[in-house]
Design a protein around this ligand. Structure first.
Ligand code: COI
Length: 357
């Protein structure tokens, strides 16, 4: 496995050029797992230090049946993307943000976490050794999935004695089958995603298993996903199972404040930065579900969903006219409405080249 890195290193000193592309149906990428070549793995024992890490062939891992992650859900994941530019460079979007978020989540879950430097370096190695799987420009992106788990054996409830940090990748297209068309969301008033004092603000694996039931019911009714309300007042918007939510009214863009029950999304933060820089007023606050009735537009943000316009159904009422036409928020040079553009790698916000240097 160590040979993988040596072999890569000898290929070229400039890792940013990556013209070789795998043989895949790039026109029909959805959001499913495609087996790629390599994955990164590093371990951390009782001393709290992670091993250097190495690239190994992508495939199953051995886990003790008594591991902390399998028994008590001591695990976190991240999601970020790499893009291929027209000149065949490979770009990453704000990977340090994911590294920092993993560190915050690890603290909450009583786990050691890799340093920001190790995380970003590991992401780069994983992308570069799998660079033929980065879709051609405009056809999608390489989704990067870092995982941190309690892999050591426990029986009584306690932090695991050993941790494993893995990164695997898969080329992806649109997350929702709707593609760029508005997704249909239903406001959920029975199930809640998170409670105050819980783990809603960290990317622990259990947050995602717990929404599967609501999502399944919604999908059976023809909706794309579920929009959760707060568990205390059952009135304020929280987030969608897989992404954050924004509500637009005139020049004001509102989104639920990050107060412990919603995920501090990196795309969320980026959209706020872009919106402010374009002269929109952005409010991070309690957003009541009633405000959907008045909204001009609603959209969701996330690494997987990017920015998806939404249409919302609430309390059996018919669809509200809340579809968004925002991609990369911008004011039109001319004409009404907002200009559509894509939040791909084109943004100047924190894009770094996937270079090893
Ligand atoms: C992401 O957007 O990267 C996520 O982690 C959401 C996941 C449900 C695909």
């Amino acid at each position: 496995a160590r040979g993988v890195r040596r072999c890569e290193a000898s290929l070229a000193s400039d890792y940013t050029k990556a013209s070789e592309v795998a043989d895949l149906d790039w026109e029909n990428l959805g959001f499913g797992i495609v087996q790629t070549d390599y994955m990164y793995i590093a371990k951390c024992g009782q001393d709290g230090n992670f091993s250097e890490g190495e690239m190994i062939p992508f495939g199953p891992i051995a886990l003790n049946p008594s591991s902390g992650v399998l028994n008590y859900g001591q695990g976190l994941f991240e999601g970020l993307k790499a893009y291929r530019t027209t000149d065949d460079s490979i770009l990453l979007f704000r990977p340090e943000e994911n590294a920092l978020r993993m560190r915050t989540g690890a603290e909450r879950m009583c786990m050691p976490a890799p340093s920001v430097e190790q995380f970003v370096d590991a992401v780069k190695q994983t992308v570069l050794t799998n660079k033929r799987w980065v879709p051609p420009t405009g056809k999608g992106s390489l989704y990067i999935r870092p995982l941190l788990m309690g892999s050591g054996a426990v029986l009584g409830l306690a932090p695991a004695p050993e941790y494993t940090f893995i990164i695997f990748v898969s080329p992806v297209g649109n997350y929702f089958k709707e593609g760029l068309a508005p997704i249909n969301l239903i406001v959920e008033d029975k199930f809640h995603r998170a409670t105050p004092g819980g783990t809603g603000s960290v990317k622990t694996i259990g947050n995602y298993a717990s929404v599967l039931m609501a999502q399944k019911i919604a999908k059976e009714k023809g909706y794309s996903d579920v929009l959760y309300l707060d568990a205390v007042h059952k009135k304020y918007l929280e987030e969608v199972s897989s992404c954050n939510i924004f509500v637009v009214k005139g020049n004001v863009i509102s989104t639920p404040a990050v107060k412990g029950t919603i995920l501090p999304g990196i795309t969320r933060k980026s959209i706020i930065d872009v919106a402010l820089s374009k002269g929109f007023q952005v409010e991070e606050r309690l957003v009541s579900v009633d405000e959907l009735l008045e909204a001009d537009e609603v959209f969701c943000t996330g690494t997987a969903v990017v920015v998806s316009p939404g249409r919302i159904c609430w309390q059996q009422r018919s669809w509200y006219r809340v579809s968004a036409a925002i991609y990369f928020i911008d004011k039109p040079a001319d004409g009404p409405g907002r200009r559509l553009a894509r939040l791909d790698c084109a943004t100047e916000l924190g894009v770094i080249k996937c270079s090893s240097s």
